[in-house]
Design a binder for this molecule. Structure first.
Ligand code: NAG
Ligand code: NAG
Length: 462
């Protein structure tokens, strides 16, 4: 009996041992295969930061592109930082950026928005901030068919002096409308609410940032509403209305909600005006500062256009004007750090393992200032885009329009508007910076806008 018991115990124990051994083998193989998997990659360099807040204090100046570039010198083209509770991978070279935008696109196609951007974009209800999904594809298609072309416009009406905005109970002038639709949201877009970084502290009542942004959102919606009303008024009055994106959407996109419609119209307005304005201003700054390129451009325009005013049809014969545009996009990237993308699954970049859940920051500024890619990157030299080694149509070159499947839908439009404006300015006037303006290069807002608008002395050409 005792023996039988012992035997029984023994066999039970043996069984248990075998089971344990199997479990161990299983764990070891799993563990070592895991080991192997992550050891195929180099460990991602990490910028040391403080416990809990990580590297946040080091970023408080709201000029992340400069801080990111400084870190790259020490930690290389791909490294990781911590912003409160989340980790962010920063990319500082063209190779890895292209890898992220094109090769690894399927793992990094979404965005994670700050509180401010979530409100301002009605939670991704725009092409630029939406995830790469059916909505994104549909709306991008609408923009490409309904919005582009030489005479495209968002609304078929022009605000001559002012309109009555019912939601605000007051009349707003053109300039005020521009402020509400473009300037305010662009500054709001880089508002930082510390709760962005500590989602687990979201319950702490500090709504000051949120309320400021919500107020912007409310004002913007009221203005768009008023513009829609003007549009409808003109149609019901039987007046001829010019072809526009709103009419296109009203007839083609019947599934859109009122809110979506407002957002999409607003998107075309803000995206076509802000970045285009920023890049045009920087181009004029550089031309006014550099008389030789200015004169060269003037001569080119004079030769091609003669006494005619420059028009979009002339642009293809004005390579130097194109070069001025591209060089300005490079030297003064209107979007120095591309709005964060998000890795929704494990992936890799530059040979490093990138865990799911990382935010990805693309430092375009660094790519465009890279000495390995550009000679004297600090210099503004349009000629570099005339050199046969650069293809002027290669929008990837400065990546100023993004790249891959998320490439900016309005790139051609932006180029047409900006180049025509620069060309006209140069055709009509000779430009010189006002004294002390050269050093005036500080910027503000998401899009590298000049903090102090450029001041120049202009002389009519005759
Ligand atoms: C709320 O947050 C903003 C910015 O994050 C900060 O400036 C402000 O002082 C905070 N208010 C309180 C009461 O903590
Ligand atoms: C990061 O960008 C800066 C500016 O372009 C450049 O000087 C530096 O070499 C880059 N660092 C790496 C590791 O690529």
């Amino acid at each position: 009996m005792a023996l039988a018991d012992t035997l029984h115990d023994f066999s039970a124990m043996a069984l248990a041992t075998v089971a344990l051994a199997l479990l161990l083998v299983f764990l070891i193989t799993r563990f070592s295969s895991n080991q192997k998997r992550s050891s195929e990659y180099l460990p991602l360099p990490v910028v040391p930061g403080l416990p809990l807040i990580g590297n946040l204090l080091q970023l408080k100046e709201k000029k992340p592109h400069l801080t990111f570039t400084k870190w790259a010198d020490r930690y290389g083209p791909v490294y990781s930082i911590r912003t409160g509770a989340s980790s962010m991978v920063v990319l500082n070279s063209t190779d890895v950026v292209k890898e992220a935008m094109v090769t690894r696109f399927s793992s990094i196609s979404t965005r994670k928005l700050s509180n401010a951007l979530k409100i301002l974009t009605s939670d991704k209800c725009m092409v630029a901030t939406s995830d790469y999904n059916e909505f994104h594809k549909m709306v991008k298609r609408y923009i490409l068919t309904g919005m582009l072309g030489a005479n495209a416009q968002a609304l078929g009406i022009d605000v001559e002096s002012s309109i009555y905005v019912e939601g605000l109970g007051t009349r707003l002038s053109r300039e005020e409308i521009f402020d509400v639709l473009v300037m305010e949201p662009m500054v709001g877009a880089i508002e930082v609410d510390w709760r962005d970084f500590f989602p687990y502290l979201r319950w702490v009542p500090n709504k000051s940032v949120e309320m400021k942004i919500q107020r912007m959102d409310m004002r913007r919606e009221a203005v768009i509403q008023a513009l829609f009303r003007e549009h409808k008024k003109q149609i019901t009055s039987g007046e001829e209305i010019e072809y526009c994106y709103l009419s296109f959407l009203l007839s083609e996109a019947k599934t859109l909600t009122e809110k979506q419609l407002k957002m999409l119209i607003w998107e075309t307005i803000i995206e076509a005006s802000d970045t285009t304005l920023v890049v045009t201003e920087w181009a004029m700054y550089e031309l006014a500062k550099n008389p030789a390129p200015q004169n060269f451009l003037y001569q080119e325009i004079k030769k091609v256009c003669g006494l005619d005013k420059i028009r979009e049809e002339h642009l293809s014969q004005l390579p130097y004007l194109g070069a001025v545009f591209h060089e300005t996009m490079r030297r003064h990237s209107p979007v120095p750090v591309i709005p964060l993308r998000y890795a929704h699954e494990d992936t890799q970049l530059g040979g490093y393992h990138i865990p799911a859940g990382s935010e990805i920051a693309i430092n375009l500024y660094a790519c465009n200032m890279d000495k390995k890619q550009w000679d004297d990157p600090e210099e503004w030299k349009p000629e570099r885009f005339l050199d046969s080694k650069y293809d002027p149509m290669d929008l990837y070159k400065t990546m100023a329009f993004g790249g891959g499947k998320r490439v900016c839908a309005g790139s051609l439009q932006a180029m047409l508007i900006s180049c025509t404006a620069i060309g006209r300015f140069i055709q009509e006037f000779e430009w010189k910076l006002k004294e002390g303006e050269e050093a005036n290069v500080r910027t503000v807002s998401l899009t590298n806008r000049k903090l102090h608008p450029m001041q120049a002395i202009i002389k009519p050409r005759v």
